[in-house]
Structure formats: C-alpha cells, structure tokens
Design a protein around this ligand. Structure first.
Ligand SMILES: Nc1ncnc2c1ncn2[C@@H]1O[C@H](COP(=O)(O)OP(=O)(O)OP(=O)(O)O)[C@@H](O)[C@H]1O
Length: 236
C-alpha cells in the first residue's frame, strides 16, 4: 500500500532552472517526517512545489492516492494540504481575529479544527485577538500562522522552519502543537534547521542535499549517528 503522501521523481525550479532534481519522499498517515538540510538545498522549494506555488517540471505527488502534482494551489488546498510558510506571512495591519476570519472564510472545511478548538490549543492567541499582526511577538505570529493553516483542516500540514528566530521556550511550544495535531491524525512534513525540534517531534527524518533526498533514517537512528549528522548537516 502506498503511504499517505507519496512523492516520486519531483523536479522543479524557477524560470527553467532546476532546484529539485528528483525528490522521493513518503509520509505515513498521521506521521511526522522532518526534512533537514543546509541552507539553499531546496527545502522551501519542495514545500512550495507540493503546495502548488511552484509548478513541477516532472514527477508525481499523491495524497491518499490522488495525484496533485501540477494542480492549482486552491485545488491542492481543497485536496487537504495546508502550509505554514517560512517567515509566517502575517499581515501587519490586520488583527488576530481578522486573520482567523479570513482564513475561515477562504477555506471552510469540516474537521476537528474549529476556531474554538484552535484557541484552546493556542490560548495565547485568544488573549491577543484584538492585536494587530505587527504588535505580536515572533512566537505569537508563528502560532497565528499555524492557526490559520489549521482552520482549513488539512490532512497534510507542511511547516517551513517554524522555529526560525524563536526563543527556545517558544520552539518547544511549537513542538507540542505539532505533536498534538499529529496525534489527531494529521500528517506533518516539517522542514527545519533546528535539529533539536526536528528530533523531538518527528519519527522519521529525510536529509536533502542539492535538490534531492540523500539520506533517510528513523529519529532513533539519526539521533544515534553523530557522524551522519556532521557529514550531512554540519552539526553535532
Ligand atoms: N523565487 C525564487 N526564484 C529563483 N530562485 C529561487 C527562488 N526561491 C529559491 N530560489 C533558489 O532555489 C535554491 C533553493 O532555495 P530554497 O529556498 O528552496 O532552499 P532551502 O533549503 O529552503 O534554504 P533555506 O534554508 O535558506 O530556506 C536556492 O539556490 C535559491 O536561491
């Protein structure tokens, strides 16, 4: 049986140039896989291609058996893919409540993640409903970006470096949120530079180098392989 997310031979890039040179990636339903790799290897491009922001040149992306490679972003979103983009993309003049209202209107999707449930998961956002995007801390902005994605009740959630620029205590809160949504059955692909976060939440890791996945391991295998971590990521 094919895994829930099944990516094969995915090639893409920008303006004819190749960034992804044939990515193969699998994720089981309800599982968390971390995609690791140094700067510029193509992690964001992978997320953007699965989400449909970047059109693939070639290859296949199936979600629960349904081909989505090359489809429009809105079609891919309706098929059940949500994204928490790098840099959060929170709008400075809009309040938290307005962000949530827009996200709920754009993609009304049935599922466990209602506004009330999301505010229960992320109570700090509930206290900040009247605050504008530019009045939020980095951690609050990240929680808002996650909340916005969850409102679409995706079956597959793509997170692009959610720990970027956050204090360690907030990074572990992000980890808890990721574990909770996965426990509800959501499949998660987590692109991360923060190895600690990746290994604290993901059961599997895939390491990218120059546009393809060059190493796959379970969390336990990767945690026990300092040589691999040094060679592939330059970290201990
Ligand atoms: N919109 C774009 N137009 C043209 N080239 C791009 C664009 N976005 C990324 N690239 C190039 O694609 C390559 C891969 O970038 P990408 O952002 O996917 O890597 P990454 O692994 O996510 O890196 P980082 O960790 O720095 O975000 C880089 O050479 C980058 O310059």
């Amino acid at each position: 049986m094919k895994p829930f997310l099944h990516v094969r031979g995915l090639r893409s890039g920008y303006a004819g140039g190749v960034v992804l040179s044939g990515v193969d990636l699998d994720a089981e339903e309800g599982g968390i896989i971390a995609v690791l790799g140094r700067n510029g290897v193509g992690k964001t491009t992978l997320i953007s291609t699965v989400m449909g922001f970047v059109r693939p040149y070639e290859g296949s992306v199936t979600l629960d058996g349904r081909e989505i490679a090359g489809a429009r972003v809105d079609v891919i979103a309706r098929a059940g893919v949500g994204v928490v983009p790098q840099g959060r993309r929170v709008f400075a003049p809009l309040t938290v409540a307005e962000h949530l209202a827009i996200a709920a209107r754009r993609r009304p999707a049935r599922g466990p993640w209602t506004r009330a449930r999301i505010l229960e998961l992320l109570p700090r956002l509930g206290e900040r409903l009247g605050h504008r995007g530019d009045e939020l801390s980095g951690g609050e902005q990240q929680m808002l970006a996650i909340a916005r994605a969850l409102l679409g009740n995706p079956r597959l959630l793509l997170l692009d470096e959610p720990s970027d620029g956050l204090a360690p205590a907030i990074v572990s809160q992000v980890g808890e949120v990721v574990r909770e949504v996965s426990a509800e059955g959501m499949t998660v692909v987590l692109v991360e530079q923060n190895l600690g976060l990746a290994l604290s939440v993901a059961e599997h890791v895939a390491v990218m180098r120059k546009g393809s996945i060059v190493h796959r391991a379970t969390r336990a295998e990767f945690a026990a392989a300092p040589e691999d971590r040094r060679r592939l990521l330059g970290v201990d």
